[in-house]
Design a protein around this ligand. Structure first.
Ligand SMILES: [Zn+2]
Length: 189
């Protein structure tokens, strides 16, 4: 459960949102009725709390307090980021994240920090799904999270290799799920 507030065009974890509210209350800047959201603007006073798990977004949402967040997430390289608000990703967001995870695995350039990406990879492991890899001999011919694409790559190079003069006619075709050998076709004869 990760409830959050919206304040000054940013999202804040529950504890930071409450802390901001408390500060504003003490300096007499709280609205008369903070439960009546229509009576104030989120630029002036944090609105919420909202349920993070119900707010879909194109990217993983974190508390705007960043490393100073009261519930900061500690990454594997020791750096800290604002609390993850556990939001589900849109289809676009998930596709983008899968692409970035593949870039990370391939060692190609990613947009942000690798430690943050690793965090998201774990946080969204179920949504990202199983990594499929199909290799013909030493060469990877498919790498991705789409099991149907993986299957068709495997079929193309394996089962059809007898009749079509496919690349796999005399090579071993392997299909891996998350690095574990799933199916194998020995096209060598
Ligand atoms: Zn926070």
């Amino acid at each position: 459960m990760a409830n959050f507030f919206i304040y000054q065009a940013d999202v804040w974890c529950y504890d930071d949102g409450e802390a901001i509210r408390e500060k504003l209350r003490r300096s007499d800047k709280a609205p008369p009725d903070e439960d009546d959201e229509r009576s104030f603007d989120s630029d002036d006073y944090p609105k919420g709390p909202y349920d993070g798990e119900r707010e879909e977004a194109d990217s993983p949402q974190h508390c705007a307090a960043g490393a100073d967040c009261l519930n900061a997430e500690v990454l594997h390289d020791g750096s800290e980021i604002g609390q993850w608000l556990e939001n589900p990703l849109t289809e676009y967001g998930l596709k983008h994240l899968r692409g970035e995870v593949l870039n990370l695995l391939r060692g190609t350039r990613i947009r942000g920090s690798a430690a943050v990406l690793e965090f998201w990879r774990n946080a969204y492991a179920d949504e990202i799904g199983t990594l499929h890899e199909v290799a013909v001999g030493e060469e990877t011919v498919y790498q991705g999270f789409d099991d149907r694409e993986a299957e068709s790559a495997f079929t193309k190079y394996a089962e059809q290799s007898d009749t079509h003069r496919g690349k796999a006619a005399n090579e071993l075709v392997k299909w891996f799920h998350d690095g574990k050998l799933w199916e194998e076709f020995d096209g060598r004869s």
